[in-house]
Design a protein around this ligand. Structure first.
Ligand code: ZN
Length: 393
């Protein structure tokens, strides 16, 4: 690595000239213009290595904090945050990341490992003082970390100051490439997963991993459906069309009409699974989720309105909720009600979905939780149905 003059203290508040924990100063490079403007992070890999964290973590952290979409592709060495962000702003955000996800909660030493406990909590274990400290699980990045655990450091003590092992390398024991990572692994197993092994590892702003979940598992999980022939899934070296659609939405700046046009171009415009991608990528802003359903009503109906499409709409929301349960589980009844009120999903399909948790789109445990959260709405819907029936008698 280049001269030390570009190195700064990992804890920037420390002025001690002998402080030994250094990292490269973050570089940001604004590219493009207009709606396509984005910020590349050319040295985030080096910065992350100094922190002993996969580069995906700080990149996604920026996305979470800025409400911006990110692309984190270790294979292509591409780390991008949508929008224009100067290096100093990002460096300040990085301080927050370091505070929350790197420094020991007791002694503030940066030589820590992130460990996922059996009950799906993330803790920092300090190599310097031996203490463990909890990570604040309310932060959105935690759901990504749970799904993409840090590679285990093979040699103890290889940490910040000394330049840690290159994260991602040689950690691919847990399932290899994208299609091998099944949803079970994705949604919270503590198994080691190669972070950088599965190529384009972007999502729609840190909440939902799209390529894994749609390229492989969704296709498998959907295998029982009679749609095996749809859409040019056979094209060989072409990227998966669902990924392409997700990438397109992830670029940002496209309105619903453009998104649907892209879906048509990819031959996905009547494909119910495309709805799952669209929902995860377009409606990922948790604070305005219910309102956003209304804003995107047309798009949500445009792909088709068969029972299968409607079921996929619910599935897309199940995935959103399972990816960010802290913020969204409680909104389940409101989400379903909005889908019902807007006639995006019919009463019949909703009641049918409500009969029992299905792991068609999410893990069984998540499906159960979502069902439980949905009960007030389902009860309301059943009552409303009875009332309507008795009124019409
Ligand atoms: Zn410590």
């Amino acid at each position: 690595m280049a001269s030390n003059t570009n190195n700064i203290n990992i804890r920037r508040s420390v002025n001690d000239p002998f402080y030994r924990y250094k990292m490269p100063r973050l570089i940001s490079k604004v590219e493009g213009r207009g709606n396509g403007i984005k910020t590349a992070l050319p040295n985030i890999v080096d910065v992350a290595r100094a922190l002993s964290r996969p580069p995906e973590y700080p990149t996604r952290y920026f996305g979470n904090e800025l409400g911006a979409q990110v692309k984190a592709d270790s294979k292509a060495d591409k780390f991008i945050v949508n929008g224009a962000h100067d290096a100093e702003k990002l460096q300040t955000l990085l301080d927050g990341f370091i505070d929350r996800f790197v420094l020991c909660g007791s002694c503030e030493n940066p030589e820590t490992d992130l460990i996922i406990t059996k009950d799906q909590m993330i803790i920092r274990r300090c190599m310097a003082c031996g203490n463990t400290s909890d990570v604040d699980m309310r932060h959105r990045l935690t759901s990504y970390i749970l799904k993409n655990p840090p590679p285990k450091s093979k040699k103890g003590g290889q940490h910040a100051a000394g330049g840690a092992a290159k994260s991602g390398d040689g950690s691919g024991s847990g399932g290899g490439g994208g299609s091998g990572n099944d949803l079970a692994a994705l949604v919270g197993s503590t198994a080691q997963m190669g972070l950088s092994d599965d190529g384009s590892d972007w999502d729609c702003d840190g909440a939902v991993v799209v390529d894994d979940s749609l390229g492989g598992p969704l296709a498998q999980k959907d295998g029982g459906d009679d749609d095996s022939g749809d859409g040019g899934a056979g094209a060989e070296d072409e990227k998966d069309p669902f990924d392409q659609l997700g990438d397109f939405i992830g670029e940002g700046g496209h309105d619903d009409a453009a998104i649907f046009a892209k879906a048509r171009e990819l031959d996905l415009d009547s494909n119910h699974r495309a709805l799952v991608v669209v929902i995860q990528c377009v409606l990922e802003e948790s604070t305005t989720l219910v309102k956003d359903i209304g804003r995107h009503e047309k798009l949500l109906k445009q792909f088709g309105t068969s029972d299968k499409h409607q079921r996929a709409v619910i599935g897309g929301f199940e995935r959103l909720i399972s990816a960010n349960p802290d913020a969204l589980l409680a909104k389940t009844p409101a989400v379903l009600k909005a889908l019902f009120d807007r006639e995006i999903v019919s009463e019949e399909v909703l009641l049918d979905w409500g009969k029992k948790p299905s792991k068609k789109y999410v893990e069984r445990d998540d499906a159960k939780k979502i069902h439980k959260a949905a009960q007030p709405f389902l009860e309301w819907l059943e009552t409303a149905e009875e009332e309507t029936e008795s009124e019409s008698e």
